[in-house]
Design a binder for this molecule. Structure first.
Ligand SMILES: CC(C)(COP(=O)(O)OP(=O)(O)OC[C@H]1O[C@@H](n2cnc3c(N)ncnc32)[C@H](O)[C@@H]1OP(=O)(O)O)[C@@H](O)C(=O)NCCC(=O)NCCS
Length: 139
């Protein structure tokens, strides 16, 4: 989309990104605070990708690569900007990053109840695998 700017988030974006996620994201995570996002950007300055329109955040995705897996997190688009190709553009940017780093396959965790997300991931070429469950332990 021509009027969409795609760029990496910097430390100065953190507060705006947290506000944006409260409005636009599905669910929250244990790392949804200033320190959590600062750690992400400091560790991997190209991981948090923003789509902006008219200087405002229209969408986000985290494209995380640890040398082994490519993981996409926090795909979210502002409610007023949906169905305009923003998620599509963000996933393209994430995938370009993964390819440039030598990534081979992208994982995304998607809530079972989030049917809108199923449509969006499906439209971008992702498919669901049924034989996994998430195992977690808080540190
Ligand atoms: C899911 C989400 C990121 C999609 O963002 P988006 O910018 O609206 O998606 P796009 O405009 O790029 O849509 C691309 C395609 O996905 C599919 N799609 C997206 N939203 C859809 C919906 N609500 N219903 C059906 N299909 C949908 C369509 O095929 C669409 O293409 P089309 O508009 O030409 O028909 C957005 O709805 C969102 O932020 N939801 C809340 C947060 C969330 O659930 N994130 C995913 C976490 S896993």
């Amino acid at each position: 989309m021509s009027d969409l700017d795609i760029r990496h988030a910097t430390l100065s974006d953190i507060d705006a990104v947290l506000r944006f996620w409260r409005q636009a994201a599905e669910g929250t995570s244990i790392t949804d605070d200033h320190d959590g996002v600062a750690r992400l950007i400091s560790r991997d300055p190209e991981a948090l990708i923003l789509a902006e329109r008219d200087g405002l955040i229209a969408g986000t995705v985290i494209a995380g690569f640890d040398g082994w897996r490519c993981s996409a997190y926090r795909l979210a688009v502002h409610p007023d900007r949906r169905r305009q190709g923003v998620a599509t553009a963000l996933l393209e940017a994430a995938e370009q990053r993964f390819l440039a780093l030598g990534g081979r396959r992208v994982d995304a965790m998607v809530l079972e109840s989030n049917e809108r997300a199923h449509h969006a991931w499906g439209a971008a070429g992702y498919h669901r695998e049924d034989h996994w469950r998430r195992w977690v332990k808080s540190l």
